[in-house]
Design a protein around this ligand. Structure first.
Ligand code: ATP
Ligand code: MG
Ligand code: MG
Length: 549
């Protein structure tokens, strides 16, 4: 029933279900609420929720909120909205902070077993004494404190007797271990900082490596899926679980999503927002899920993209063109067609009765018959696209030119007779005649007219603000920027072009988020700034791939 072969995670899951090692799979998506979700997170969401769905399992949403300094409820709310919007519903909603008491008890248990100790060295000393890959680390002078002393100090750390950085709790593993992460990793640090959920209840906070695996275990996560850079953390993940003898969650790593021309560091995206480089987290040029949503992406297109990217075991970079391909595919099926003229030139049809309006029937979506038809007004004056006229056309130019005939989509054939210019020699108007027998677009005598152009009736047209977006960066890779430069040196100055265009009257008052194909131009989405008085449309994507090759 599948068109594609199983990816390595599906193979692992099918094997563990088949041999009975796992009865029901349980995954989780574990964001840190320190920013908005981006397309990389979407990949992870589709993977975790998708696997649970495919194998009749469950997927939790867990907020990895162990660093109070950078976290906020604003981010929690946006993350929930984005996961839902992508089309997924979590089985359980959890917060690592809900496990602080349990994690503390387990830390005490490790102290009792002689597997953890309080260290008085500064973070800097700890770092320097960790050694290098080739040089073993130096044991801390505090490493062999008695269990009693460690229990006492750890309790006093919790009670707030020490300042930030004065002490840490470390796992007692092996200061000469070839894997640097096992050289007595820090489990707790002191941070007198208010937490967005636990307030000032805690002044010690668990480190990622200690909190993550134990949270997985508490929730009975069978497949803890994370990105490749965590593969070196896996032995530590397993070590804590083994020492505590708790439910054995297992970690599996896949390659994170990298996209050309796209920056996915939350810290740097925050910088773009804070410095006003973009309009906000939901700026349509941002790779955030809310940015893509505002741009006009659909959940279906993002899920299709995640599926096409697949699951790799090795780092790679995906062409941004693939994401655009997916939204084009999806919108082609679902977006109704409308006519809009972005760069207008006026056409006066001299033999059309003055003051008359007639309604022209237009197909809403040639890909979807059920979308039906709509009536669009036509009159003596219409706007056409400036690009659809050439005074001195090259060979094989089938659009409008002096003496030449073209078809106005769904309406009539017109012929250009006269070009009106202003004093600067710019074309301001075209005088044409129409063939009254050609309504719907066919000539009555069988003469062939190749060119078809779109139009909007001038007296009926609605003025609209059109926002054309391009890549935010001019550089394909933002991960290997040379010394002395930052991502700000590679901002695309033309990433946003605002135009004044004319749209069909039916587009006035269209609800924000409505998606259309503007015939011959691209896919557009009504922006949240749009109003009846002033419609605003974002270009989601051009009709054809114009740059990735
Ligand atoms: P940053 O380092 O910018 O803070 P992060 O990866 O730490 O980002 P988290 O909130 O911790 O952000 O990520 C939540 C989940 O999403 C993690 O499981 C992480 O592996 C996954 N994830 C984040 N970025 C990507 C990506 N580019 N591709 C695939 N998965 C990703
Ligand atoms: Mg992070
Ligand atoms: Mg992370």
């Amino acid at each position: 029933s599948n068109e594609r072969s199983l990816n390595f995670l599906e193979e692992i899951i099918e094997k563990s279900l088949a041999d009975g090692a796992v009865k029901q799979i349980h995954t989780r998506f574990p964001p840190e609420p320190n920013g908005y979700l981006h397309i990389g997170h979407a990949k992870s969401i589709c993977l975790n929720f998708g696997l649970a769905k495919r194998y009749g399992g469950l997927c939790n949403l867990r907020f990895d909120d162990t660093n109070p300094v950078k976290e906020d409820v604003e981010y929690v709310d946006s993350i929930k909205e984005d996961v839902n919007w992508l089309g997924f519903q979590w089985a359980e909603e959890h917060y690592a902070s809900d496990y602080f008491e349990q994690l503390y008890d387990w830390a005490v248990e490790l102290i009792r077993k002689g597997k953890a100790y309080v260290d008085d060295q500064s973070q800097e000393e700890i770092r320097l004494n960790r050694g290098t890959v080739t040089v073993p680390g130096k044991e801390s002078p505090w490493r062999n404190r008695s269990v009693e002393e460690n229990l006492d100090l750890f309790a006093r750390m919790r009670a707030g007797e020490f300042a930030d950085g004065e002490k840490v709790l470390r796992a007692k593993i092996d200061m000469a271990h070839p894997n640097m992460l096992l050289r007595d990793p820090i489990m707790y640090r002191i941070l007198h900082s208010e937490h967005h959920r636990t307030g000032d209840k805690w002044c010690i906070y668990p480190m990622y490596d200690y909190a993550h695996g134990q949270s997985d275990s508490i929730e009975g996560i069978t497949h803890s899926i994370c990105t490749l850079e965590f593969d070196v953390h896996r032995p530590l993940y397993d070590w804590f679980i083994q020492q505590l003898g708790i439910f054995e969650s297992h970690q599996y790593e896949f390659a994170r999503l990298n996209l050309t021309y796209t920056m996915m560091s939350k810290r740097k995206l925050l910088q773009c927002v804070q410095e006003g480089i973009v309009m906000g987290w939901d700026d349509p040029r941002m790779p955030t899920i809310c940015g893509l949503r505002r741009r006009g992406y659909t959940p279906e297109s993002i899920r299709m993209f995640a599926d096409k990217v697949g699951v790799a075991k090795r780092d790679n970079v995906i062409d941004l063109g693939l994401l655009e391909f997916c939204v084009r595919e999806d919108l082609n099926k679902r977006a109704e067609r409308r006519m809009a003229v972005l760069n207008p030139i006026k056409v006066v049809i001299t033999n059309y009765p003055e003051g008359e309006t007639e309604m022209i029937s237009c197909v809403n979506n040639p890909e979807d018959e059920s979308a039906g038809h709509r009536e669009v007004p036509f009159s003596r004056e219409v706007y056409i696209e400036r690009d659809d006229f050439m005074e001195v056309p090259p060979k094989k130019y089938f659009r409008l030119s002096p003496g030449n005939e073209v078809r106005l989509r769904y309406a009539y054939l017109i012929r250009c007779n006269e070009v009106i210019k202003n004093e600067q020699g710019e074309i301001v108007e075209l005088r044409c005649t129409y063939d009254p027998m050609s309504k719907g677009g066919q000539s009555s005598d069988g003469r062939k007219v190749k060119g078809v152009i779109h139009w909007v009736s001038a007296p009926h047209a609605k003025e609209a603000e059109i926002r054309l977006f391009d890549r935010l960066f001019t550089r394909e890779s933002l991960d290997d920027i040379e010394e002395g430069k930052t991502f700000k040196d590679y901002l695309n100055p033309a990433s946003l072009t605002v135009m004044k265009g004319y749209v069909e009257p039916s587009l006035a008052g269209t609800a924000p988020g409505s998606k259309y194909q503007f015939e011959r131009i691209g896919y557009f989405c009504a922006d949240k700034d749009s109003s009846i008085e002033k419609p605003v449309f974002n270009r989601t994507v051009t009709l054809k791939d114009s740059w990735s090759k």
